[in-house]
Each structure stands twice: as C-alpha cells, then as structure tokens.
Design a protein around this ligand. Structure first.
Ligand code: NAD
Ligand code: DAU
Length: 361
C-alpha cells in the first residue's frame, strides 16, 4: 500500500478514514477523490494530521477518462471506495442518482482499476487492492428473534439505496471472480460520530434539539439499528485492508441495538445536562412522532464474529460514551455546523422531507 485512492473522502466516514489512515501509515500518500456533492465538504478535511501525505482531488467516479488518467498519473495501488449517495430517505424521493453514483460509479471505478492493474500493466496480486465499503442494509430487515446477519446471509435489499449498494457489491465480487481483481468488501452497520451530515438521525436530532426545533421520530420509533462509532468502523477497514485476504467479505457491527426512540431520548437527556433549555423544560418535550418512512426496515443486527476472530478487531467505543462525545463534538464545533447547515440545498432538503410528513402525535 503506497498510493491510496480514497473515494468520497470529503464525506462523513471517508474523512474520518483519511484521518485514521494518515495517523496509522507513515509511508503512504492518500489521494482523496470527491465530487463535493451536498454531502461532501472541505470543512471535513481541516486540520488533517500529516497533510503533506494528502492530496485532495475534486472529481467524479463517473468520469472514466479522468479516472484512467488519475490511476496512471499517481500509480494508484490501493482503492478504498466510500463515494456514494448514502441517505435512504433521499433514495426514496429520488432514486435515479443512487443508480448513477452507486452502481454506474462503482462500475466505472472497477473498469479503471481493471485497465490499469490488469490490462495495461501486470501488477502482482499482493501489490494491489480494491476495498469496497458496503452496508448492512443489503441484508434487508429482521423480525424479532431472528439471528444476526453473517457473511453467508443472502442479500434482500429493501430501499433503492440498499438495492444500489447490493448491486455495487455484486459488481465488485464479479470482477474478483471473472478477472481475478483483488478485492475485499466490508458491510457495516449504522455509524455515528464527528462530521456526520445532519440529515442522518443522530446529528439531526442533536442540532434540532440545540435549536429547540421538533425532533421527528418516524412511525412508532421502535425500529432498531446496530450503532457503531465511526472511528471503530475506520479501524476495521484499516485491518481488512492490511490483513484481510483478497476475495473476502467482513461484517462489521457495534452490538448496540437500542430502538430509535431510546437514541433520541438519550440525546435529549445528555443535552438537559450539557445545555439545558432556558425555559427549564426537558428536551424530550420536543419529540414528535411523524409519518413513517415508506418500506421502513424494522431491525438490523450484524454478527461481527468473523472480523473479531480472524483479524482481532475490537471496537473501542461503547454507545453511552460515544453518544456523549458526539453531542459534545457538535456543541463545540459551531463553525462546522454553521458552514454545513447554511447550504441552501440542506434547507430545501429539510423542507422536502419533513414539511409534508404530517404529525401522528
Ligand atoms: P456521505 O454521504 O457522508 O459521503 C459520501 C461522499 O461521497 C461525499 O463526500 C460525496 O461528495 C461523495 N460523492 C458522491 N458522489 C460522488 C461521485 N460521483 N464521485 C466522487 N465522490 C462522490 O456518506 P457516508 O455516510 O460517509 O458513507 C460512506 C460510505 O459508507 C457509503 O458508501 C455508504 O454506503 C457506506 N456506509 C455508510 C454507513 C453510515 O452509517 N453512514 C454505514 C455503512 C456503510
Ligand atoms: O445501516 C447502515 C446505513 O445506516 C447506511 O448504509 C446508510 O448510509 C446510513 O444513512 C444509515 O441508514 P439509516 O436509514 O439507518 O440511517 P438514518 O440516520 O437515516 O436513520 C436511522 C433510523 O432513524 C431509521 O430507522 C430511520 C429513523 N429516522 C431517521 C431520520 C432522519 C427517524 O426516525 N427520524 C428521522 O428524522
């Protein structure tokens, strides 16, 4: 691993991973390719450690010629592919961009790697790696009591987002099987932590609560996700990249499964301590049950036994401390919040997703 292409490295997990990699590896250069869509921001890349080992490149994974030139120019030997449209609600209101970025974009990147590594040159297999970042949502939804998903579980994606990610996973696997392209895939559960765009549940609730706005809970709020701190996701990816066998996939999860409503109430309680409302009323009073997400998956649960056993991965954060740290991070980074939230696109997204969702209680 010398010249690492990180796609989507100006987004939430990608920017955390860039930090992690620069701290962990002395002898690499990180080429950070990001199209800076609404979800990507250079604000996420301020104060990087070892910035001399990092180059930001503004461009799209959909541009084949540009990618071919980039591989050649920087002699890319490793890809960590985060770039995607990542928000389920947006995929419901506008699935087309998800098909483009997540499916066609991954295909375009695979073609660039195949051409540069396998056709134009003949790199040794152990010198190159295509690591694809995927999600637990490809497995669908669990009923109460059903066992956690393993790497052997069949795919059953339910949302356009999940289907586009499943499709990209299949493409990656097929390039391994057909062309012998050295790849690994990780399927991870819900991340939370610093730099998460405030369209996702945890940062949305933190920022709405700070501003004393309604806290929208979809349906009955009893849906269950498997929450993992983003730094633990990054350490898992780094392990797979450096120690995982080519051709393998790993499930990553946090073993933290409170219902959404409990997450929202916990954030309210933390803020009651850290930043009580002027009127003295608890933040829980701002919770509003609103119309459910169409096709809303009920429960996710990942069995991360394989990565723990084979690579010795251990998450460092527990959810209680992780949520506290995350609330503190948003409270202590008002300049980041301001820069991200003032985007017109963000304001129009809030109106589009929430203004039409009638309250149910
Ligand atoms: P994000 O939406 O915060 O960031 C996505 C990044 O991709 C943005 O910086 C955006 O500008 C960039 N991008 C979009 N289209 C691009 C294009 N055509 N070319 C180059 N860059 C482009 O997403 P995230 O939450 O950081 O997720 C990153 C990856 O991890 C995604 O593949 C997602 O499916 C996966 N994942 C996310 C979670 C989670 O909880 N957030 C969990 C499991 C897996
Ligand atoms: O499971 C991994 C996935 O987690 C990733 O692949 C996705 O990229 C990521 O966005 C995330 O998807 P979710 O749909 O689970 O995340 P989100 O934060 O949008 O929602 C979490 C839960 O909270 C979900 O059950 C829907 C609910 N929710 C969400 C929002 C935005 C609400 O109740 N109210 C809200 O306003």
């Amino acid at each position: 691993m010398k010249n690492v292409l990180i796609t989507g490295g100006a987004g939430f997990i990608g920017s955390n991973f860039v930090r992690h990699l620069l701290n962990m590896e002395e002898n690499i250069h990180a080429f950070n390719l990001d199209a800076l869509t609404y979800a990507g921001s250079l604000e996420n890349l301020k104060d990087l450690p070892f910035p001399q080992h990092h180059t930001f490149i503004n461009g799209s994974i959909l541009d084949q010629e540009f990618l071919n030139g980039l591989f050649q120019k920087h002699q890319i030997d490793t890809i960590v592919h985060f770039a995607a449209e990542s928000h389920v609600d947006r995929s419901i209101l506008g699935p087309g961009q998800f098909v483009q970025t997540n499916i066609v974009g991954t295909f375009t990147l695979l073609e660039a790697a195949r051409k540069f590594w396998l056709q134009d040159n003949h790199w040794d297999h152990h010198q190159v790696r295509f690591h694809h970042i995927s999600t637990d949502e490809v497995f669908g939804s669990l009923a109460p009591g059903q066992p956690a998903w393993t790497e052997e579980t069949s795919y059953a994606p339910n949302s356009p987002y999940a289907a586009s990610k499943a499709s990209s996973d299949h493409l990656v696997r097929s390039y391994g099987h057909t062309y012998d392209l050295p790849y690994t895939i990780t399927n991870c559960s819900n991340n939370y932590g610093p730099y998460q765009f405030p369209e996702k549940l945890i940062p949305l609730i933190i920022l709405n609560a700070i501003e004393e706005k309604p806290l929208p809970v979809y349906g009955d709020g009893q849906q269950v996700r498997d929450w993992l701190h983003v730094e633990d996701h990054c350490s898992a990816i780094h392990l797979v990249l450096t120690k995982g066998l080519a051709g393998s996939t790993f499930n990553i999860g946090g073993d933290n499964q409170p219902a959404n409503l409990t997450i929202v109430e916990t954030i309210c309680d933390i803020l009651d301590e850290r930043k009580p409302r002027a009127n003295g009323i608890p933040h829980r009073d701002l919770i509003r049950f609103v119309k459910d997400r169409p096709g809303h998956d009920r429960r996710y649960d990942m069995d991360a036994g394989k990565i723990r056993r084979e690579l010795g991965w251990q998450p460092r954060h527990n959810l209680t401390d992780g949520l506290l740290d995350t609330v503190n991070w948003y409270l202590t980074h008002p300049e980041w919040v301001l820069a991200i939230r003032k985007q017109l696109e963000y304001q129009s997204w809030l109106a589009k997703n929430y203004d039409t969702r009638e309250k149910t209680s």
